[in-house]
Write a protein that binds this ligand. Structure first.
Ligand SMILES: *[C@@H]1O[C@H](CO)[C@@H](O)[C@H](O)[C@H]1NC(C)=O
Length: 202
């Protein structure tokens, strides 16, 4: 009886979580009920733009499914139409899969992606397929060579590994794995925390 109720609980919570969030760059908007609505999860109006670097960018999502396929499309312009997103989807900027729930940092290097140039307004569309219907999220950005406000610390992988990603825009020879960057950062943070604890002890 107890086992049954726990199983029921797990089922219910996984159903409630079977969507995903776009955690970075900032989403145009999230309404879980409307996530299946293309092209931007029910948000038709362009939101606040954030800077997105042309090289070594990434997108961080939080997945409710254990497994999901993710395609990332880039539509250019100040207010891309549904047709613009449809056209962009014929050449995704990235295709990847995640094999664990929670946070995944998906590399998105646009430095050699068609149409991507410095100071270009664009909308990044994330199409997430966890086995039911595709779910949509968008981020309105300005693509720039130098993006000081792009927060590298938002690249988070809950399994500690970088998801398998095919990124036609990326140059594999000069793209360090996000995991490597992350572990260096974690080591640094740990060292800083120890130094602080030592300082406090006196
Ligand atoms: C890009 O979008 C912003 C508003 O989000 C707008 O102010 C700016 O003029 C646009 N840039 C171009 C080149 O149209």
């Amino acid at each position: 009886m107890k086992a049954l109720s726990i199983a029921t609980l797990l089922l219910c919570s996984s159903a409630a979580m079977a969507h995903y969030t776009l955690d970075y760059p900032p989403t145009r908007g999230l309404n879980e009920d409307n996530e299946p609505i293309a092209p931007c999860g029910g948000f038709a109006t362009v939101g606040q733009r954030s800077q997105f670097p042309l090289s070594k960018g990434f997108v961080t999502i939080n997945s409710g499914h254990v497994k999901a396929e993710i395609k990332i499309n880039v539509a250019y312009g100040n207010n891309p139409s549904e047709a613009d997103f449809t056209a962009a989807a014929s050449t995704p900027a990235s295709s990847s899969s995640v094999n664990h729930p929670g946070s995944s940092c998906l590399p998105l290097d646009l430095s050699s992606f068609k149409g991507a140039a410095d100071n270009t307004n664009a909308t990044i569309q994330i199409v997430y397929n966890g086995g039911d219907s595709p779910l949509y999220q968008c981020a309105d950005v300005i693509l720039v060579n130098s993006a000081p406000s792009f927060d590298q610390s938002k690249c988070v992988n809950d399994d500690g590994k970088t998801p398998s990603t095919t990124n036609p825009g990326a140059n594999p020879s000069n793209t360090p794995s996000a995991g490597a960057v992350l572990s260096v950062k974690n080591a640094f943070t740990a060292a800083a925390a120890m130094a602080m604890a030592a300082a406090l002890a006196f």
